[in-house]
Design a protein around this ligand. Structure first.
Ligand SMILES: C[S@@+](CC[C@H](N)C(=O)[O-])C[C@H]1O[C@@H](n2cnc3c(N)ncnc32)[C@H](O)[C@@H]1O
Ligand code: SF4
Length: 337
């Protein structure tokens, strides 16, 4: 089954935040000045249970979702995560399960996750320089330990991508070194433009390094050619290092909006459905499940209606919308990347 929104965009991908807490405090995501010791994270009983996640995935699958990505916060902080992966793997219609992680706990869990049915991992890694990485992650966490974890995950056969959020004057000097490192290791690097998600990360346009600028810089050292998208709605623009089968990707939400083909829904750790990364509010699915105890057919129809009415295209309208001060956006750590 396929359901479309008001711009005829089908529902295909579902991102599920399985944990709102994180063991890092990346400056662009959960700045430690805001997410301090007294920050009120969700109490455990508010988190979707594995039964609830599995039920929702089944319903979303019946509406056309084929790909699931687990995210957070830090998804590997969620206890027994491989059990959830296994349950999702067994749901009919789900063809691909991926996860985005900061990699800190990856060495411990990679093998179990792979065996449970996880295909792909994106690891966030913004610099190879210990000082820069330590500063950006807000906790001085050593980069060498994450690099080890990534290698351990790769040795299990998981396909690895590295996500680098580039900020001008912070880690733009790491673009070429990280590209070379990933090339040698066989990891696909994806450059992500620093985004204006949430309200706390001090975003401004001067800190954004446009993908075009990164591409030009990289081309001088490592010649690239464009690669056709694999499917409609592919977010990263991909390039191949000429003469190889190795690639890099660019996620350019700021300078090249991809709203027109966006087919993603997101569920927060406490079960709210968001139809845009830059949303100001979500639809509470948990109360429908827990208090109103809706049957599957009714819940399916409800979710289908939410998607049918979807008209989000924040990135297309960024310049206009960001001037509206009343718009309080959802934090990236709450909704997942
Ligand atoms: C919110 S994190 C959650 C998963 C996991 N903790 C991690 O760091 O990979 C998901 C992705 O969002 C990215 N991200 C967070 N804040 C961002 C921002 N302001 N602009 C661009 N990407 C951002 C992170 O770098 C990461 O790749
Ligand atoms: S980007 Fe990921 S690792 Fe960094 S603070 Fe956000 S949720 Fe945590």
């Amino acid at each position: 089954m396929t359901i479309n929104d008001t711009f005829n965009r089908p529902l295909r991908d579902l991102r599920i935040s399985v944990m709102d807490q994180c063991n890092l405090r990346c400056t662009y995501c959960m700045p430690k000045e805001v997410f301090g010791a007294d920050y009120a994270f969700l109490p455990p009983e508010k988190l979707l249970t594995f039964d609830e996640v599995a039920r929702l995935v089944q319903i979303f699958s019946s509406l056309g979702v084929k790909k699931i990505r687990m995210t957070g916060g830090e998804p590997l902080l969620r206890k027994n995560l491989p059990q959830l992966v296994r349950r999702i793997f067994n749901i009919e219609g789900i063809e691909d399960i991926a996860m985005t992680t900061n990699g800190i706990l990856l060495g411990t869990y990679a093998k179990q996750l792979k065996e449970a049915g996880l295909n792909r991992i994106n690891v966030s890694l913004d610099s190879l320089e210990p000082l820069i990485y330590g500063k950006m992650n807000g906790r001085n966490f050593p980069v060498a330990r994450v690099l080890d974890s990534i290698d351990q995950a790769a040795s299990t056969g998981l396909h690895i991508k590295i996500n680098m959020v580039v900020q001008r004057g912070v880690n733009d000097g790491d673009i070429v070194p990280l590209a070379k490192y990933c090339f040698e290791k066989g990891y696909t690097l994806r450059f992500i433009e620093f985004m204006d998600v949430g309200n706390t990360n001090g975003w401004n346009m001067e800190k954004v390094v446009p993908s075009k600028e990164i591409l030009d810089l990289l081309q001088e050292v490592m010649p690239l050619e464009p690669v056709d998208p694999d499917y409609i709605g592919e977010v990263a623009k991909r390039y191949r290092y000429i003469g190889t089968n190795k690639e890099v990707g660019f996620i350019s939400s700021i300078t090249e909006s991809f709203c027109s083909t966006c087919n993603r829904a997101r569920i927060s750790a406490d079960g709210k459905l968001f139809t845009c990364l830059f949303a100001t509010q979500g639809t509470d699915l948990v109360s429908l499940i827990r208090s109103r105890k809706l049957k599957d057919e009714v819940l399916t129809q409800f979710i289908s209606n939410v998607w049918n009415n979807r008209d989000d295209r924040y990135s297309d309208q960024r310049a206009k919308l960001s001037k509206e001060p009343s718009k309080k956006k959802i934090e990236m750590s709450y909704i997942g990347g």
